[in-house]
Design a protein around this ligand. Structure first.
Ligand code: HEC
Length: 219
């Protein structure tokens, strides 16, 4: 049961609450707002780009000591992050076990980021390439030299751009190295798709593929 004192206290608190919520709002004033309970709303602190009176150079933001690595940003795995073995040579394998899901992810990323120049089948006849009046001449992935290019080198091209820098780096768009490796795998799949040995087609599907092939030749 509520005693009269309790009720009185409750009414008082309610009055304060209503005053606190409505009293200082909505009315225009040149005075700073009354902040009944500042909590930790305003604190003495430096903001990143503001001047500092504390440090000699007057900057608030400090340069981390040389060799500082942010948590989780060590990127020590040379194969995964750079496509290279410890001796600095490009590796010629995907540094993790590839699944069908990875390949599908690779196709997805390839179709988004690479097709404008390299086209869906990898012949280097994407819209940008065709309209660049010869300024952008991506190579065809079906040129024999790509068969010899180590997978790590393709990974490096995606991450850092081509040696001439005519093709820009894509690590800022495809930030996850696993995704970049998935694209590498998909490029290999594209290469294989254009030089497929009929023997690789499952027996049950051969006649369907043959029919499709005939259809396309007619067009
Ligand atoms: C803006 C157009 C453009 C886009 C987008 C693009 N490329 Fe390229 N790519 C080029 C050009 C141009 C070259 C030839 C560069 C050169 O000769 O230096 C090239 C070259 C390459 C090479 C060969 C590098 C070498 O050492 O010869 C690979 C591999 C490659 N691209 C893969 C990719 C992949 C994978 C993607 C998608 C992540 C991609 N490219 C996106 C334009 C592009």
């Amino acid at each position: 049961m509520l005693s009269p004192t309790h009720i009185r206290i409750s009414v008082l608190m309610l009055t304060f609450a209503v005053a606190g919520l409505t009293g200082c709002r909505g009315s225009i004033s040149r005075e700073p707002p009354i902040h009944l309970n500042p909590n930790m709303d305003t604190q003495d602190k430096y903001k990143s780009y503001r001047k500092s009176a504390f440090f000699k150079d007057g900057r608030t933001m400090r340069t981390p000591p040389v060799g500082t690595v942010a948590r989780g940003k060590l990127r020590a795995d040379n194969a995964l992050w750079r496509g290279k073995a410890t001796d600095g040579q490009f590796i010629d394998k995907i540094p993790f076990t590839l699944t069908m899901k990875d390949l599908e992810r690779g196709r997805d990323r390839y179709n988004v980021f690479c097709t404008p120049c390299h086209d869906k089948a990898g012949y280097g006849k994407g819209t940008v390439a065709l309209r660049s009046k010869g300024m952008m001449n991506p190579p065809s992935f079906h040129h024999p030299r790509f068969g010899e290019m180590a997978l790590g080198q393709i990974f490096d091209t995606i991450s850092n751009g081509s040696p001439s820098k005519l093709m820009p780096a894509y690590r800022h768009q495809i930030t996850n190295p696993n995704d970049r490796w998935a694209v590498v795998a998909y490029v290999r799949a594209l290469q294989r798709s254009q030089h497929a040995d009929r023997g690789l087609i499952p027996v049950g599907e051969r006649s369907a593929v043959d029919a499709e092939f005939k259809q396309r030749q007619k067009k």
